[in-house]
Design a protein around this ligand. Structure first.
Ligand code: SF4
Ligand code: SF4
Length: 230
């Protein structure tokens, strides 16, 4: 069997222009609900167009809906390609489809990309309940590939770096964000009222029936806004 290691993955992502990725140890979560299929998770992020993200402070528009679908397609293609390449080396691998709301009340996908991403060290869960990266804030979409390849794992992020910021809390027109800071193990409901968030999107922006939320909170995040600067 050929070698698969950090260097192999590094080259793989570099060749595709992906700079933020990492490997999560998911073994402790196997058998839990939801359970990852394999003990390793490769997390990666694809940045959304910054001008479009900055344009949705008052709510989503057609450009944002199209961008959301475009980036999701890239995530799905990269995930499928990476799993295929790992399987060709001789290990099991399967990708998780780009997240869309499968449970409209709880706003949950299957296994959370955000869990793989925090355990892989890509960022933390912001007060807005989205993954926040240091480079692009929450202006990213996430991909995950599960595998049993014995890859070395990264350092998990277990606490929030939002600090005293509350821009997303103030920006949310639905009052859905509680303002609590995340740390590993905190339930999503401590940060966000998912039904308030979902109902607001359905009431105000029903013309966009893609899986995205309104993301006014994400557009207000200083970590995203600072990525606008050259
Ligand atoms: S997506 Fe919209 S409704 Fe939901 S928390 Fe963010 S700003 Fe509030
Ligand atoms: S706007 Fe501030 S509080 Fe909200 S996620 Fe971004 S850094 Fe955290």
């Amino acid at each position: 069997m050929a070698a698969i290691n950090h260097q192999w993955l590094s080259r793989w992502f570099e060749a595709r222009g992906i700079s933020l990725w990492g490997i999560a140890d998911l073994s402790v979560l196997m058998g839990e609900s939801p359970s990852p299929p394999y003990p390793r998770g490769v997390a990666f992020s694809v940045a959304m167009d910054k001008e479009i993200m900055a344009s949705i402070k008052a709510g989503p528009n057609r450009s944002y809906a199209d961008e959301y679908n475009r980036v999701n397609l890239i995530i799905d293609q990269l995930g499928a390609e990476l799993s295929r390449d790992i399987r060709a080396i001789g290990y099991n691998a399967i990708h998780l489809a780009a997240s869309k709301r499968t449970d409209l009340e709880k706003i949950a996908g299957e296994f959370p990309h955000k869990t793989v991403a925090t355990l892989a060290g890509l960022g933390w869960i912001g007060k807005c309940c989205q993954l926040v990266t240091r480079t692009d804030g929450p202006w990213v979409r996430l991909g995950s590939v599960f595998t049993d390849a014995p890859l070395p794992t990264g350092k998990p992020v277990t606490t929030s770096f939002c600090g005293s910021c509350s821009e997303c809390v103030k920006a949310c027109p639905a009052g859905a964000i509680t303002g609590e800071s995340w740390k590993a193990g905190v339930e999503r409901e401590a940060l966000l009222d998912p039904s308030k968030c979902d109902h607001f999107k359905k009431r105000r922006f029903k013309q966009f029936n893609a899986g995205h939320n309104c993301n006014i909170c994400g557009a207000a995040c200083p970590y995203g806004l600072k990525s606008l600067k050259p």
